[in-house]
Each structure stands twice: as C-alpha cells, then as structure tokens.
Ligand binder design. Structure first.
Ligand SMILES: [Zn+2]
Length: 415
C-alpha cells in the first residue's frame, strides 16, 4: 500500500463537526429543525463558511444561495471535482441527512491539507439550497436551478406557506450571492449520504456504491360514481366509487407483487372521499398514486399495467377512472467511471460494499445532468430517516468519508 492509499480522515474530528452542526436547530428529541433559508439555516451556512475559511478555502455563493468552498489544484487547465450535499432539514429531521456529505467534504479537504497532498484538479465542497423541499417547492431547488432543470426566475419566485419568496428569504439571511447560477463544467461530482433505507444494514455492508436513482411517476386517480343516500338505496342500485376503489387497490397490489417485485414501489399517501358525508355514498374518491422503479422501461410498463387493471375493475361497475399525471422523474444512471472510482475507493480502504440504486431523490439527480456523478451511501440504524431518531455510528460516518476521500483523490488526479 502506498502512503497515499494509507491516508485516512480523522473520524473523531468529523464526528465533533457533525455534533457541532446538529446543535443548530436542535430539537428536544435529538433531531434538527433547520428549514431552508431560516435563521437556523443561516447559522449552519455561517458555520460552513467559517470552517472553510479556517482551511484557507475560498467560498463563493451563487444567486440561489448555493455555497462552494474551493481548494485549488496544481493544473489550472483541469475542470473541478465537486463534493457536497445539503445543510437544510425536514421540520422534524435527523442530524445526518445532508450534513454528513457536506462536512465529510470539508474533512476530506482538511485531511489532504494536513498530509500536504495536492491534487491535479481543483476540489470544491458544495452546500445546495433547499434540498428537502419542505419550506419551498420543489425539492432539490438549488441543484435544479444550477443544472438548468429549473429556470432561475421560477426558483427565486417559489414561495413558502406564508408567502415569502426564495429571493426574499435569501436577502433576509444574507445569502443572496453574486455568482451566476450554473454554467460551470466538472470533471466529476460525488455525494456521500446516509442510505435512508434498510438494505445496507440488512446485508451487513459498510458502504453502498450507488449506481443510480430510481424513477418515479406521481398521479392523482379519481373514481367517479353516483352520490346517493346511505339508507334507502339498495346495494345493487349503487354506483359506489369506494367499492371500486377497494377492488382496484387489491388488484394493483397483486399486480405489483406478481410482476414488479422486488424493485417496484406503490404508495397511496392521500385518500379523499367527496362530499365526505357519513350518510352519503360518495360521488367521487380521489387517491394519490406514487409508483417507482429503477428501470425506465419497467416503470412505464408498471404505469400502463396499473392503469389498465383499474379500468378493467371500474368499467363494468359504471365507474369513471381519471388519471391526472402530476410529476415524472426518470431513473438516473450514474457515470460508470465515477461508480468505479467509488468501488475502488471502498476496496482501498478495505470496506465491505455493494452496488445499489437509491430509493430517494438527491441533489446528485440534478448534478448528474451536467457532471459525471456517483453517490456513496452508509447505513443508518433500522433504515430510519426523515425522523428525529435517525442514527449512524462514528465508524459509519468515518467509513463514508474515507471512501469519499479516495474516490475524490482518484478522480482529481486521473490523467
Ligand atoms: Zn438528504
């Protein structure tokens, strides 16, 4: 093993920094409340900027508030390698969803500085604005504006529930930067994140080499029947959308299990009946349908199968089924070179790893539009995330940061 291969981050320092960050917006239950562009987010940004300054890094802030801390490389002609994630949280979020990737990025740069190691390509650590999408919609707003998936004007005009725009909130906390949004080119981009699911823990793997992110479709499905009185109307005379919904749900789950397991996902998070009166057969029921699959073609055939199955249930009953397509996110396949660099880094460090597809969306979905990208996952306890009890061990944080270090080194120094 060469001296460079033997290099490791300082795990206890990283853990202290995670702890320090978790105090900003800390909740009594041990989680964090740090909504995007809030006073807590400003303190987190200030802390990121202060740490970066201590390391001699130059920090720039763009017009949507994305922050970048830069360490120069030895070859000015080379495009940069980007490391990063987000510092905002869910309303009752965990301490590691986001900050792990940002603070591990700074830890990588601090480790290189201490070891006196320079890289050929420059390295930057990013803190993306409004990843969670809790205060401002959509989620992954800063990286989406950066990649060009969202128009900057639309992103700045997005409002929170009390009508405050992103633009006003950026001004309020002093993070409306001067740098143009996007328009830069990258050699590679890496994001370390907790898995937010149970796969790695169940497989007793230390590291997930993330090859892509599954695709999703969102629909509103409305079943229309006939409003009638709950008492006098005989059962056989009813055109009852709730009965049709029950049969449709059973069929959808059966088809999913029979044809799209284990990767396919089906979720109905919203169910409404109208007019929502206890003694009236509803004229209409509406449910949300969220379907996901890592394979684009399988995702489309899932959508088609579910639609035709519901039609088959509803037609003979005289029920009208209307699907409204709300949102689509195609599956993302990360860059082969970056994925290989992550796997090689896990081997250099001697960690057990497996390749996997991310179930959740991340800033890397947008970054992958403009840069060769890959992600690194570490397990979290019981796969629990978006929860104040979200937990990882210091060893897991350290393992993720070490893989980030060696993947970044390889990508930044490659000829
Ligand atoms: Zn996250």
């Amino acid at each position: 093993m060469t001296a460079t291969e033997a290099l490791r981050v300082d795990g206890s320092r990283l853990w202290r920094r995670l702890d320090e960050m978790a105090r900003l917006g800390a909740t009594p239950a041990g989680g964090v409340h740090r909504l995007a562009l809030s006073a807590e987010d400003r303190r987190a940004r200030d802390l990121f900027g202060a740490r970066a300054a201590e390391l001699g890094l130059s920090v720039t802030v763009d017009r949507i508030g994305n922050m970048f801390a830069r360490r120069e490389g030895t070859d000015p002609a080379l495009r940069l390698v980007l490391l990063g994630s987000h510092l905002d949280s869910q309303p009752t979020g965990g301490r590691f969803d986001g900050p792990l990737g940002v603070l591990a990025g700074l830890e990588v740069l601090e480790t290189l500085r201490e070891a006196g190691i320079e890289t050929r390509a420059p390295l930057e650590v990013a803190n993306w604005t409004n990843e969670e999408g809790t205060r401002f919609a959509p989620a992954m707003l800063g990286s989406g504006a950066f990649s060009g998936r969202f128009a900057l004007a639309d992103a700045l005009a997005s409002t929170d529930p009390s009508g405050v725009t992103v633009e006003a909130a950026l001004d309020e906390i002093g993070y409306a930067g001067q740098t143009p949004v996007g328009g830069r080119s990258f050699r590679a981009a890496l994001e370390l994140h907790i898995e937010q699911g149970p796969t790695l823990e169940e497989a007793e793997c230390e590291v997930g080499v993330v090859t892509g992110v599954q695709g999703a479709h969102w629909y509103d499905l409305t079943l229309r029947g006939e409003e009638t009185h709950a008492g006098p109307t005989p059962m056989e005379r009813r055109v009852d959308p709730v009965e049709a919904l029950g049969a449709s749900l059973v069929r959808m789950y059966e088809v999913l299990a029979a044809e799209f397991a284990p990767e396919g996902r089906l979720t109905h998070g919203v169910l409404e009946a109208r007019p929502a009166s206890r003694n009236t057969v509803p004229g209409e029921v509406r449910i949300s349908v969220d379907i996901r699959h890592p394979d684009g073609e399988r995702l489309e055939s899932m959508a088609a199968r579910l639609t035709s199955e519901v039609a088959e249930i509803c037609e003979p009953r005289g029920i009208e089924a209307v699907w409204a397509h709300i949102w689509r996110s195609p599956p993302v396949r990360f860059d082969d070179g970056c994925v290989s660099a992550v796997a090689a880094a896990a081997r250099v460090c001697g960690y057990s790893y497996r390749e996997m597809v991310s179930g959740a969306g991340h800033d890397s979905v947008h970054v992958a539009d403009i840069a060769p990208t890959a992600m690194i996952f570490v397990p979290c306890e019981d796969g629990v995330s978006h929860n104040e009890s979200e937990r990882i061990t210091p060893e897991q944080a350290e393992a993720g940061a070490n893989v980030l270090l060696h993947a970044a080194l390889a990508l930044a120094n490659a000829r």
